[in-house]
Design a protein around this ligand. Structure first.
Ligand code: JQB
Length: 227
């Protein structure tokens, strides 16, 4: 999988080259390239934004700059992901779907976001017929300063689903049992008692049927408490 990330703060995305993802990259499973949007400006001040038509607070990112950054990255099949607090809420199903893509581009805006004509332009039939899809995505109902952290969250959730990226494929099959609620029971390891708190006796019983039943109950209770 090829992943391109475009941002005015490319150094903000440097954790993407570390540890888990770093290994996946050296083994050739994923290739992540971070691009500096300012390289695509054409004025002396490297301007990437201007005031909004219609008035209002803040600045909007210029469509020409984004167009110059995006055009050379477009492939025959590309999923262009535009991070925005107004996008579709990212979830595990979307992570699974994007993990099957051959090419993802993350457009990380700042200020009040990107001129909407960028989304419109790459959503036209011309691009659609080339299998280029534009997705407006949000990682959750809170306001970030820009798309960079949201892109990192999505890239971690997506790439760990690619075979060979995660060291331990068994933890993936257990997760996929249940696709939204998971099997998230409480976990315990050694010692058997810590600061006066014992590990639940059932987990020491060796009765695997009863352990599975107890874990399901605990996971259901947790899921309910989180509503
Ligand atoms: C600029 C972003 C998020 C991208 C995700 C999430 O655009 C804005 N509109 C209102 C307030 C603040 C901004 C700042 N901003 C680009 C940009 C915020 C993404 C974002 C996001 N994905 N919250 N905020 N879940």
């Amino acid at each position: 999988m090829k992943i391109d990330v475009i941002s005015i703060f490319p150094e903000y995305l440097s954790p993407l080259q570390l540890s888990l993802l770093g290994k996946a990259q050296s083994s050739g499973i994923v290739e992540i390239t971070v691009h500096d949007l300012r390289k695509h400006t054409n004025d002396n001040h490297n301007t990437v934004d201007d005031t909004p038509y219609g008035g209002g607070a803040g600045m909007v990112m210029l469509p020409e700059v984004w167009g110059r950054a995006l055009d050379p990255l477009m492939q025959p099949e590309t999923d262009l992901i535009v991070l925005t607090p107004a996008g579709k809420r990212f979830n595990q199903k979307m992570a699974e779907s994007y993990s099957k893509s051959s090419h993802l581009i993350f457009a990380c805006g700042r200020y009040e976001g990107i001129d909407d004509r960028v989304r419109q332009h790459y959503s036209t039939n011309e691009y659609q017929s080339r299998d280029i899809r534009v997705h407006e995505v949000s990682i959750g109902d809170y306001v970030l300063g820009g798309g960079e952290v949201a892109a990192m969250v999505m890239i971690e959730a997506i790439t760990r689903l690619i075979p060979g990226v995660l060291g331990n494929p068994e933890s993936l099959t257990e997760e996929s049992h249940n696709d939204e609620g998971y099997l998230e029971y409480p976990n315990f390891t050694k010692p058997q008692e810590w600061r006066g708190i014992p590990v639940p006796e059932i987990l020491l019983s060796g009765n695997h049927r009863e352990i599975a039943k107890w874990r399901r109950q605990q996971a259901d209770k947790r899921a309910k408490d989180n509503l």
